[in-house]
Design a protein around this ligand. Sequence first.
Ligand code: NAD
Length: 567
Amino acid sequence: MKPFDSITEAIAVNRLSRSQFLATAGRGLAIGAMSSALTSCAKQVAQPVTAQTTPTPNGPVPKLPAVSPPATVPSDPAKPIELEPIKAKTEQKNPPTPTPLPPGQRVGYAVVGLGHLTLDEILPALSMSKKSKIVALVSGSPEKMKKVAEQYGVRNDYCYSYADYDRLKDNKDVQVIYIVLPNGMHAEYTVRGAQAGKHILCEKPMANTVAECQTMIDACKQANVKLMIAYRIQYEPYNRKVREMVQANQFGKVKSIVANNGQNSDNPKHWRFNKALAGGGSLPDVGLYCLNTIRFVLAEEPTEVSAMIHSTPGDPRFTEVEEQVNWLMKFPSGVQASCATSYGHHDDKSYRVLADTGWIKMDPAFPYQGLKLMTSQAQGKENQVIEHDMGQKNHFMAEMDHFSDCVQNNKTPFTPGEEGLQDQKIMEAIYQSAREGRPIKLAKIDKKDAFRHTARRRVAADRRRTRQGPPDLPPTRVGRIGRASPCPTGQNRFEVWSGNGIFEYGKFRGFGPQVPPRYLRHRCWSGAHYDHTQECHQDQSLSLGLLVLWTAWCRENDLRPDSGQDH
Ligand code: NAD
């Protein structure tokens, strides 16, 4: 029987059974209840919040309704939650809402050296970071380390002395070692860290000599780990904005840059005044900011330097290292840069870019916070001077999250070891110029950003490699495993031999039960050599037999590294 639309209709035709009456009446009641609920909701939203109270021993406190205003919550963890707008569109935008990775997915850092920079900046920055987390500490002072470990929630068994440093290789929660030691120790701790199979973030200056820098690069390449030099200025928004303006010729052609980074440093007993530990005085410590930032802003390399050095006679601070350096740099585009650095004058950290139609000033340019950017340009009868306020971003957090992203997504850092090596070459030329009293010519490098890895160039390089394939691919037949033995780094290495010598060389994390081939990934190849490096996902281990089969399978299928293919 056809249901009635209303009780009235049923009564009208006088054909209503008991069950039909209940069903029809119930439906009506439900619709009525629903519409009155909706009306009351609408009223609630429209009504102003009335102040109810909650009684407490100290008198009533206002009770306000707890509600969640509208928000968009994307399922992609990398996308931020969008809250309801509270500012007019014409106002300055807030910094982006943080999008932290869940703690278990962040890259684990071991920080080596618990001095000023670590305690004042790096550890607090790690607490704010989105992709990085502190998991281990290395220090020569157990007492200090215990307190720091408590402050930052680092496990006792993840605290290492310098003597225990190499044991980091056994700590699977550590992926990156951040070296924050005196400059003269950077090379040794980088090489040992790389041999332990960890990616390395090393403080500036990279090392004391060009030879040390090269050794660090080679060690990281050989261990197939990433190396980044901690040039925080290249990751913070103000100096990046300057680079953007310069690259866009916003004020026409740049003619010259004047830069200074100096401070009044004390305590002659500190390692910064010891040549072996510091490598030099004000130049590698603070003058380096002028040098590196100018190279970054111009995206080109100097071809000539000319320098003078002075240290106050009799000052106990300057028996081994210099007080003050003034130097000139000439760039292929015609830009001339005039730089100064000192350990002997009141704090000043600034630079000015002078171009055809305007200037750009950063003052201060290099401290951890409080950076200020101004530009000036004539506009008819007035000179328009603008102060650009872009808020502040933690430099160390930005730099570490960049490196963590590189580690997680197999990218080359923006400031790799080659960037530090280039600075070291220029600093050595500056010292030579001052020593010999003449300008020193540097190798001409025409390529923009020759030592920096921009995303565009990296993508192009990847495409080129994929197109060309391995340059020296030997016959597809796999020869025999030449050697497979535990090495001092704790990572088993293998070499696969073919008719014309070693053609594959890599490492993997230990022998063990076989895992299905889909857990294996061949990750990268570098330079001119076809270099298979296998890594087991999620701590799965890999058997030697399987490795041989897998290697053969890869070769037969002509798989390209960088393909990111799981198989
Ligand atoms: P610091 O003297 O405050 O700390 C150095 C740490 O190294 C201390 O914990 C010290 O105990 C330890 N250490 C181990 N062996 C040592 C030895 N033989 N002699 C002296 N100390 C020894 O120095 P810092 O200011 O923290 O600088 C550390 C590194 O960070 C340096 O390479 C420096 O250039 C760099 N740094 C970078 C920035 C930046 O903005 N990126 C700022 C400051 C320092």
